[in-house]
Design a protein around this ligand. Structure first.
Ligand code: TYD
Ligand code: MG
Length: 461
């Protein structure tokens, strides 16, 4: 029997069928089945070139880095852009990716490095207008508006002296050998592959801008995240001025680093002291507010946790959380009610991390509990106090990492007391507080609740 010369492959799940069909039986997708020629299974006849195996303990120079001079950006990168590496800068449309990159690219160009900026989204005139507004018009940055990847790649082949190439955005790039529209998985993957190959061979740093879709995924189902060396997310609330640059993957540095910026009329300004920014609008002596001494990457950041309780008559109280995890709030409410006797189940609970920061640390438990207890007892927390500590299901308050850094930041910003988990000696190392900061140690959450309830009793009685 003659062997078939073609087969049909689903482009979505890679299932193989003998016949074409409008819908893939394996994954249920429509119009994904494509005919492919069957090639005889490759048999490796000749032996290939021999590859060299080396010792683990060889000497390797750290990769050369180019610092842009925008400290918040360089820190998240792990000290600057690495030659031959690819970085994905992802974020919502309009959050400020192009602004950040234009500023970083211009700053790098100012140091005498060759920087190429390819805009697929905006026309030359638009980018020039923005540069003028940012006061960057005198920069030596080289600008092009293009989307045809064949042209771009052809031009970059000769750009051996370039230090940085920015592609804004990868979703607008288009390769004519791929039969699909810009922004589709196939185009994004093929264009990125080609650009990354060029970056490696021509030894320039590549920054790809990627828009995040509504569902929060970078278009091209995360394919990009695997292909690049570093993934940075630029995020922030449109209603707020500040923006956070967050490293989520970095082959050349630590992840979880953040850079903080403020969007002004003259572009993004670096925020060297984010705690001061987040606490700027805090009013002391309000019930339902507590300051959390948090940590973002290696940076201590103080934020205000706000909580509002409202009576609920419907029997199914609301829990509304902004900037923290709803599941964690549910757990804390249960612990406060069951272990500490605080009645919260008849109230609507609104929790907000002021300023729009998103907190993910369990260390915020104690500050959230303090805000809740303060609201429930209608007693303001001490305005000179910060809180940090994780809360367990039995109500015990647990140690968290980097207590010293948190306390130091609190002291730097003029706080007088830190409310923290009861210290336990670890080996022969005990925690030391910075001079002038008083410590209020808590072993069980009920101690904290008693503090607020006691105060309430004292003022009422
Ligand atoms: P942009 O960098 O175009 O966002 P992205 O590339 O992520 O889509 O930023 C767009 C927003 O930033 C726009 O709504 C206006 C604002 N912006 C300022 O507030 N100040 C400025 O100096 C600039 C250039 C932009
Ligand atoms: Mg843009």
């Amino acid at each position: 029997m003659a062997k078939p010369t073609s087969r049909f492959v689903c482009q979505s799940c890679a299932a193989i069928t003998a016949k074409w069909a409008g819908r893939c039986e394996a994954c249920g997708e429509w119009n994904t089945i494509v005919e492919e020629a069957v090639q005889a299974a490759p048999v490796i006849k000749s032996t290939g070139r021999r590859i060299e195996f080396v010792d683990l303990a060889g000497s390797t120079e750290p990769p050369p880095r180019a610092a842009t001079g925008i400290a918040e950006f360089d820190r998240v990168l792990g000290g600057g852009l690495v030659a031959g590496s690819a970085v994905l800068l992802a974020g919502d449309p309009g959050i400020g990716k192009s602004t950040l990159l234009l500023q970083a690219a211009a700053a790098l160009a100012k140091t005498g490095k060759r920087v190429l900026y390819v805009s697929g989204e905006e026309a030359i005139e638009q980018v020039r207008l923005r540069a003028r507004r940012l006061g960057l018009s005198d920069s030596k940055l080289e600008l092009a508006a293009a989307i045809n990847l064949r042209d771009i790649a052809g031009s970059l082949e000769h750009a051996t002296d370039a230090t940085l190439v920015v592609i804004d955005s990868i979703q607008t790039m288009w390769l004519d050998t791929i039969d699909s529209a810009p922004g589709t998985v196939g185009q994004v993957r093929a264009c990125s592959f080609e650009l990354i190959r060029l970056a490696k061979t021509r030894n320039f740093s590549l920054v790809l801008v990627g828009h995040v879709t509504k569902e929060g995924a970078i278009a091209g189902p995360r394919v990009l995240e695997h292909m690049v060396d570093a993934v940075l997310y630029f995020e922030g609330d449109r209603g707020h001025q500040f923006r956070i640059l967050r490293g989520v993957k970095n082959r050349f540095g630590a992840t979880d680093e953040i850079g903080v910026f403020e969007m002004t009329e003259r572009g993004l300004a670096e925020v060297a002291n984010p705690s001061a920014l987040f606490l700027a609008e805090r009013r002391g002596n309000v019930a339902g507010s507590a300051v959390f001494a948090g940590l973002e990457g290696t940076r201590p950041v103080l934020v205000e946790i706000q909580c509002l309780l409202a009576p609920n008559a419907s029997g199914s109280p609301r829990r509304s959380v902004i900037g923290w995890e709803a599941g964690r709030l549910g757990m804390l409410l249960a612990v406060l009610e069951t272990r500490c006797g605080l009645r919260l189940s008849a109230s609507d609970v609104y929790l907000n991390v002021a300023g729009g920061l998103r907190v993910t640390e369990p260390a915020a438990d104690l500050a959230v509990a303090a805000a809740l207890a303060s609201a429930a007892c209608e007693q303001p927390a001490d305005p000179g106090m910060v809180f940090f500590g994780e809360v367990g299901l039995s109500g015990e308050v647990r140690q968290v990492a980097q207590s010293e850094a948190r306390m130091k930041e609190a002291q730097k910003l003029g706080f007088e007391t830190a409310c923290l988990p009861r210290r336990v000696a670890r080996g022969n190392r005990t925690l030391t507080a910075p001079d002038g900061l008083k410590l209020h140690e808590i072993g069980h959450l009920s101690d904290l609740v008693a503090r607020f309830a006691g105060k309430a009793g004292a003022t009422r009685g």
